[in-house]
Design a protein around this ligand. Structure first.
Ligand code: C2O
Ligand code: CU
Ligand code: CU
Length: 494
């Protein structure tokens, strides 16, 4: 139950919240409810309030099997294709998928073993498959310009897996198409493990659960309704492709590998009783030490690796996982809810969350500094643009020249008063040194990161070290629509 107090704490007073939120964005189309940018007959929206809450089980994405395994390499093949799925009870939704799964399948990889994925694109739109957070050569990065042709194009990506364990994810990155492709389903999970992680006795097997979170908007028919910049109408929360599902658990510890796969939606996860969530990892693997907290913020693209101990609840209890983020607007009775845990049985539990999870390598000596500014027009005009360092993305312009081997401090600022952004770099896992002038020495940002949230006016200092590969990679705001509006740039490492 959402009490008024909870609602106020969330900074969201009622369903008519939009006042709090000149926030996310300007180019909100007033006629948004009429839907359909494709020019077809406009169809009314499905009222999200009419979707039963906690009525469907949260599914687990299938684990993909390699078609060939050699001494050094596992070979996979994936096909991007449309599929009809029952997301909403009794309705069919056409989605864009990897291998017909919504969300896509899980690839399990190990540090030191190469993964090769042959992608075939049978969709009617070009795609580019990016493995978010991966340290890979430029021709396997899935950059915005490196397209796989529509209607049957193929490309083979090679992932060397030379980095430590990390929770990575696949998503489309075709410039100006990624926002819609991702909204319509082109995401999948990639879990990279190594000895550091394996030698810990964290919850594993069926107690280790990948969860992709996102929001969505549907028409009465069940069709997904996509519009640029449509944060105000995406009021259905999906966990592993189902709206507000439930998940049955035993009264013991579980590990959840959360990915925020939403285009624009910031989540901040909290158990309804405010009890402890142990954050053990972030984007680039485990934190140095567990972070015990009541809430876990995850901006678009970020990952949170968390442990919840259900042994404190009697069998028969239900516990809701809520979203209390105030960074993105939405009716609290919809957007404020995520999923429901049902404690259905007891179970033995020999897993442990140790006081020390990993040791991060020492930071190299700093060789240079740069400042980066994220800013977008906030006039509300449909022609609003979004800028990195005052410039709109040009795929043919190199914005930062970086010497191979450099270790640099980047000071990244969100210069907007209203719009939240975040900052993602390809190629590297960086370290967050400071947030708003305060050193980051523990907590959720003390591990390896590839994406950091930047609420209006915030500044983050990070240190990135450019080794491994030479070439051109992008960095950008991970609100896909902001990237498409221009908030993206190229760095060349040479
Ligand atoms: Cu997850 Cu350039 O992106
Ligand atoms: Cu990325
Ligand atoms: Cu942004």
């Amino acid at each position: 139950m959402i009490t008024r107090r909870t609602a106020l704490r969330a900074g969201i007073a009622s369903a008519s919240v939009l006042g709090t939120a000149g926030l996310l964005l300007p180019a909100v189309n007033a006629a948004a409810n009429e839907g359909d940018t494709g020019g077809g007959a406009a169809e009314p929206d499905l009222d999200p309030a009419a979707i039963p809450k906690f009525a469907q089980r949260m599914p687990l994405p299938p684990v993909l099997s390699p078609y060939l395994v050699t001494a050094t390499t596992s070979y996979y093949s994936m096909t991007m294709k449309e599929a009809a799925k029952e997301i909403l009870p009794g309705r069919s939704t056409t989605v864009r998928t990897f291998n017909g799964s919504f969300p896509g399948p899980v690839v399990k990889a190990e540090t030191g073993r190469r993964v090769v994925v042959r992608q075939t694109n049978t969709l009617a739109h070009p795609t580019s498959v990016h493995l978010h957070g991966a340290h890979v050569p430029p021709d396997s990065d899935g950059s915005p310009m490196d397209l796989i042709a529509a209607n049957g194009g193929t490309k083979t990506y090679t992932y060397p897996n030379t980095q430590p364990h990390a929770n990575l994810w696949f998503h489309d990155h075709a410039h100006h198409l990624e926002s819609e492709n991702v909204f319509r389903g082109l995401t999948a999970t990639y879990l990279l493990t190594d000895d550091t992680e394996r030698r810990l006795n964290l919850p594993s097997g069926t107690y280790d659960v990948p969860v992709q979170l996102r929001d969505a908007r549907f028409a009465e028919s069940g069709a997904l309704v996509y519009e640029m910049h449509d944060i105000f109408n995406r009021n259905v929360v999906l966990a592993n492709g189902k709206p507000w599902p439930y998940f049955e658990v035993a009264a013991r510890k579980y590990r959840f590998r959360i990915v925020n796969a939403a285009n624009m939606r910031f989540f901040e996860l909290r158990l309804a009783d405010g009890s402890e969530i142990i954050q053990i990892g972030s984007d680039g693997g485990l934190l140095p030490a567990p972070h015990r907290t009541a809430s876990v913020p995850v901006s678009p693209g970020e990952r949170a690796d968390i442990v919840i101990d259900f042994s404190r609840y009697p069998v028969g209890s239900t516990i809701e996982l809520k979203n209390v983020s105030t960074a993105a607007p939405g009716p609290v009775e919809l957007i404020g809810r995520v999923l429901q845990f049902r404690v259905t049985r007891s179970a033995a539990d020999s897993s442990v969350v140790p006081a020390v999870l990993r040791t991060l390598p020492a930071l190299p000596a700093v060789t240079g500094q740069r400042s980066i500014e994220l800013r977008m027009d906030e006039t509300g005009s449909p022609n609003d643009l979004a800028y990195l360092d005052g410039k709109v993305y040009d795929m043919n312009r190199i914005d930062q020249e970086i010497a191979y081997g450099a270790s640099e401090i980047w000071t990244v600022t969100n210069a907007n008063q209203l719009a939240p952004h975040n900052f993602h770099m390809h190629l590297v896992q960086f370290r967050v040194l400071e947030r708003n002038g305060r050193p980051v020495t523990s907590g959720p940002e003390s591990g390896l990161k590839d994406t950091v949230s930047l609420l209006p006016g915030e500044t983050v200092k990070l240190q990135a070290t450019f080794t491994g590969y030479r070439g051109t990679y992008v960095y950008h705001c991970h609100i896909f629509d902001h990237g498409a509006m221009g908030m993206m740039a190229n760095m060349r490492i040479s």
